[in-house]
Structures are given as structure tokens and as C-alpha cells.
Design a protein around this ligand. Sequence first.
Ligand SMILES: Cc1ncc(C[n+]2csc(CCOP(=O)(O)OP(=O)(O)O)c2C)c(N)n1
Ligand code: SF4
Length: 283
Amino acid sequence: MSNIQDFTGYNPTWCPGCGDWGIGLSIKQALVQLGYDPSMVAVVFGIGCSGNMNDFLNAYAIHSLHGRAIPNAIGIKLANHSLPVIAIVGDGDCYGEGGNHFLHACRGNHDVTVIVHDNGVYGLTTGQVAPTASKGFKSKSTPAGIIEVPINPLSLAITNGATFVAQSFAGDATNTIALIKAGIQHKGFSVVNILQPCVTFNKINTYQYYLQKTYKLAPDYKRDDLKLALEKSLEVNEEKFPLGVVYQVERPTFTDQIPQLKDKTLLARERFTDFENLIKDFI
Ligand SMILES: Cc1ncc(C[n+]2csc(CCOP(=O)(O)OP(=O)(O)O)c2C)c(N)n1
Ligand code: SF4
């Protein structure tokens, strides 16, 4: 049986009060409660304050390139689909630089869990605007206000085929732990979008802001109702943020649909060495 210490790496360098502290603790707690020890799970980080968790979480991990955590996670899953695989990313990383990868991971229903630190800014590079920021948000890179309308993380995931889409608030550890656990336990592509105050560079989306604007989905909420889920995802336009599992359905995963992986993981199969003949087949 593991404990929080087993998953604890170096002391975090996050700013005091940053929402990343709550997310970091919630991830560790979720992994402990699921009965994992650090050798039982693979974690891939993007680049950002969020990605710096690579040093603070003790696990088999890759600190990948900016926007490239999801393809790394998918690669690990294809090699060993019996392993739980988690990608931990920022909103810039996931919906900006890595947006293309995110869309196609949703479509493929790859059985990985993506945990997004949604803070509206590029925290690590000191506060440039991120794609989730509201239109008009002023930042170092948009002193007159951002011109573009924001990405909608929940509707983006739902409409592109993600089979588990949840939202939580970094200030509510109990709910965040429960949703991370549910995302990891879900078979298929799961996204947990975590509303995360960046206390240093985002003075709009604060703890107070989210305490006022978030609400928990009712226990009898129908999470497999696509239209209802889309309605919920659009509430962000009225500055309302539902917390909980907004959408969940079952669909075969990517690896479920590869006959060669039915009985064995790729890793467990005999190693292929006849590259010369393989190349001849293609030329
Ligand atoms: C391809 C590439 N572009 C830009 C950068 C510079 N860069 C490093 S972190 C970062 C922003 C990170 O923001 P986000 O993903 O939202 O994470 P946060 O720091 O807010 O947790 C950028 C632009 C980079 N490392 N690689
Ligand atoms: S810059 Fe923002 S996101 Fe980064 S550690 Fe500080 S408060 Fe957190």
C-alpha cells in the first residue's frame, strides 16, 4: 500500500497560493487512493508551471516538449496498453501548442487521462495570454486585450469524441481527487479540466471568482446526454462553470480495435527484427 510520501519528489517552486499546489496534492492523493505505487503508472508532462510538476511528483515520467505531452502519452499506451497513462499539462500546452494533438486524441478514444491546469495564462513565461482567456483579457502579450474568442475546453472535447469530460476547481481538493480517480478509471480518452487560479499573472480568474461562478452538477445529472453536456459546456459564455463529470459514454478504445493487441501488449510480443524485408515490402 503506497502513501503520499511515495509519490513526493522535490519541493515545489510554485508561487505561494498558486492553484497548482492543490492540483499536485490531488493527483498524488488520487494515485494513492487508486492503490498505485509509483512504478505502476506512467506520467507525461508538458512544459509550463504545470509541467514543472515533473520534479515534484515521484513517478515514471517524461518531461516532454511544449504541446507534445499527449502524443508521448499515446505512444506509451500503444506500447503497453495495460499501463495507466496520464498527461499533465497547462491550458496553453493542451489547447494552444498541442491543440492539434488534443483533437486527434479525442477522436481516437486513446485510453489516457489528460489533466489540464486551466489558468488562462502562460504562467511559466510570465503571463502571456493563453487560449482559454476571455475575449478582451489584458496581458503582457495583449496589452489592449485579446482579439480572439476563447477556446471552449469542454465543448472541444465533447464534440471531437472524448468519452469522459470533467471539470473541477483547484480550490476543491475533494472533488478534484474524485474526478481524477474517475478519469483514470474510465476506459477511453478522459479529460479533467481544472480551473486553476494563477495568483501572480491572472487577476481576473481568482479563487473568489471561481467560488462565486462554479457550481456542482446535481447527483441525478445525466452524464451520457450529449445535448445536455453541450449546453453545460456553453455556460462558460455566461461565466457559469459546472463542476463534475459533464459527459461520459462508452466506446471501444483505440487499442481495443487493434486485433494484434487483443491477447498481448506490444511490449510483450516477440521483438521484430526483420527490418530489411519490411523495408523491401514498402519500396
Ligand atoms: C514550442 C515552444 N514554444 C514556446 C515555448 C515557451 N514556453 C514555455 S512554457 C510556455 C507556456 C506555458 O503555459 P501553459 O501551458 O498554459 O502552462 P502554465 O505555465 O500556465 O502552467 C511557453 C510558451 C516552448 N518551450 N516551446
Ligand atoms: S506563475 Fe502562476 S501558474 Fe505559475 S506558479 Fe506562479 S501562480 Fe502558479
